[in-house]
Design a protein around this ligand. Structure first.
Ligand code: B12
Length: 218
C-alpha cells in the first residue's frame, strides 16, 4: 500500500492532534526500511478536543491519545509507539530528525514557531516509504539569541542549570506549600520563556500536566 504524507495529515484533521514530520529509519537503530511519522500537539489546540472526550481513568490523556491514534494507524496498516510506553523510545531524538526542533536549556525541545508549547504523542511506523514526506529544514534555535534566558533564573528552587534538571529538588518544592504556583500555573521556568508566548497552553492544561508530573514523581 502506498501512503501519502498528505493523507496522514488529513486523517488527523479535526482531532486536536497534528502530524509533525517524519524520517526514514536506519538499520543500526532497528528501524531499517521503516518510515517514522510523529504525531503530537502544538499550542493550546489539543485541549478542547481532549476535554470534550476526556475518559474517566488514571491516565486520561494517554487513553484518549490511543483512542484517536490507533484506528488511524490501523487504516494505514502502520504500527504505533507511544512516548510513555516502556521501554521508552527516543522521541526527542526522533523529533530532531522529523522537524527543526533543538534542545532548550530546560531539556525539552524548542520549536521555531511553537516555542516550548508542544509535545509528541505517538510515532507511526510504516513499512517502506511515504510519498511527499517533507524534508527537514536546518534548525536555528531561538535560545541562541536569547541573552537573558529567564528559563534558567525563574525556578524558585533553581532546578534547572542549563545542563540538567534536578527532579528531586523540583518535586520537594512542589510538595511544600510554597510550591502552589507550580501546581496552579505549570512549570514556572517553562512559562518564563519569551518565545511563542501566543502559543502557550491554557492554565487548565498546564495545571493538568503539572498534576500528572507530580502524581508520577511526587
Ligand atoms: C522519563 C521522562 C521524563 C522524566 C525525566 C528523565 C530525565 N532523565 O531527566 C521526568 C518525569 C522528570 C520528565 C519530566 C518532564 N517531561 Co519528560 N519525558 C520522559 C520520557 C517519557 C522518557 C525519556 C526517555 O528516557 N527516553 C528514552 C531516551 C533513550 O531517549 P532520549 O531522547 O535520549 O531521552 C532523554 C531526554 O528525553 C531526557 N528528558 C526527558 N524529559 C526531560 C525533561 C527535562 C526537563 C530534561 C532536562 C530532560 C528530559 O531524559 C532522557 C534520558 O536522558 C519522554 C518520552 C520519550 N519516550 O522520550 C518524555 C518527554 C521527553 N518529556 C517531555 C516533557 C514535556 C516533560 C515535562 C516538561 C512535562 C510536564 N509536566 O510539563 C516534564 C518536565 C518537568 C517540569 N517541571 O516541567 C516531552 C518533551 C517534549 C519536548 N518539547 O521536547 C517528552 C518527549 C514527552 C512528550 N509527550 O512529548 N520527563
Amino acid at each position: 500500500m502506498s501512503v501519502s504524507y498528505r493523507d496522514i495529515e488529513a486523517a488527523f484533521e479535526g482531532t486536536g492532534l497534528v502530524v509533525r514530520g517524519g524520517f526514514k529509519g536506519e538499520h543500526d537503530e532497528g528501524l531499517g526500511g521503516v518510515t517514522v511519522v510523529l504525531v503530537g500537539n502544538v499550542g493550546p489546540g489539543m485541549w478542547s478536543h481532549f476535554s470534550a472526550a476526556r475518559p474517566d481513568c488514571v491516565d486520561p490523556l494517554d487513553t484518549w491519545t490511543k483512542s484517536v491514534v490507533a484506528p488511524r494507524a490501523d487504516r494505514f496498516a502502520a504500527s504505533v509507539a507511544y512516548p510513555n510506553d516502556k521501554p521508552y523510545r527516543p522521541f526527542q531524538q526522533w523529533a530532531m530528525r522529523a522537524e527543526p526542533v533543538t534542545p532548550s536549556p530546560l531539556g525539552i525541545l524548542i520549536h521555531p514557531e511553537f516555542g516550548l508549547w508542544h509535545a509528541y504523542r505517538a510515532a507511526l511506523m510504516f513499512d517502506g516509504r511515504i510519498v511527499g514526506l517533507p524534508t527537514v529544514q536546518a534548525a536555528v534555535s531561538a535560545c541562541e539569541s536569547c541573552i537573558e534566558k529567564p528559563c534558567l533564573n525563574t525556578c524558585p528552587v533553581g532546578a534547572f542549570d542549563g545542563k540538567s534538571y534536578n527532579v528531586p529538588v523540583c518535586v520537594t518544592h512542589m510538595k511544600s506549600s510554597d510550591g502552589r504556583p507550580c501546581h496552579e500555573h505549570g512549570c514556572l521556568a517553562r512559562l518564563a520563556c519569551p518565545v511563542a508566548t501566543k502559543h502557550r497552553t491554557t492554565e487548565a492544561q498546564r495545571a493538568f500536566h503539572a498534576a500528572a508530573f507530580f502524581r508520577s514523581n511526587g
